[in-house]
Design a protein around this ligand. Sequence first.
Ligand code: ITT
Length: 199
Amino acid sequence: MQEIVVATGNRDKLREIRELLHDLPVRITSLADYWNPVPSIPEMGNTFSENALQKAMWVFGRKGQWVLADDSGLEVDVLGGMPGVRSARFAGEGNGSEANNRKLLELMAEVAPERRTARFKCVVALVTAAKSYFFAEGGCEGMIAFEPRGARGFGYDPLFVPAGFTQTFAELGPAEKHTISHRGKAFEKVRKHLHEILG
Ligand code: ITT
């Protein structure tokens, strides 16, 4: 069975990727299967695509296996697209999701409901050979809530209300999240591509 290494140290992201690819004939491994401690791969790019490719190539260069990398984040309109590619480190290196969410809520304390528009973006890079790259992207429009709600999901999920819903991603749960999320949409394209190349 074809192995694909997912170049992530984020366990929640890995769980979602496994769920999204569960019916493909591939064996999904991750950084934790090859490194202890799990390395923090440098992300120097200014775009999700650059960072996704950097993470995938970092692993491909060392392991020579098929690699998938997901670079994603939240773009908030009233903050000029921040935190964007800095979503994981918004409240500073080493601070977790709670601190990121607190910072976002503080910055938006005075922002009226109609100006709280935002979107999640996800770019996936699949590297199968030294110069063989495939990119897929997905987005999900929504609004930033006034307080965290829900205990499912990860990251900014308790603050993100997808368009057309009243619940946050953290209240909706994985099945519903996958049908509309940035990652769900990007991985639908990855699944189609993998179907084609795996035959
Ligand atoms: P890897 O680089 O090791 O994959 P990471 O968490 O650093 O893990 P990113 O650099 O792509 O990954 O940063 C993505 C951040 O954006 C992530 O840490 C969350 O804070 C946020 N994010 C991305 N997708 C999300 C989702 O579906 N729900 C909630 N937050 C999300």
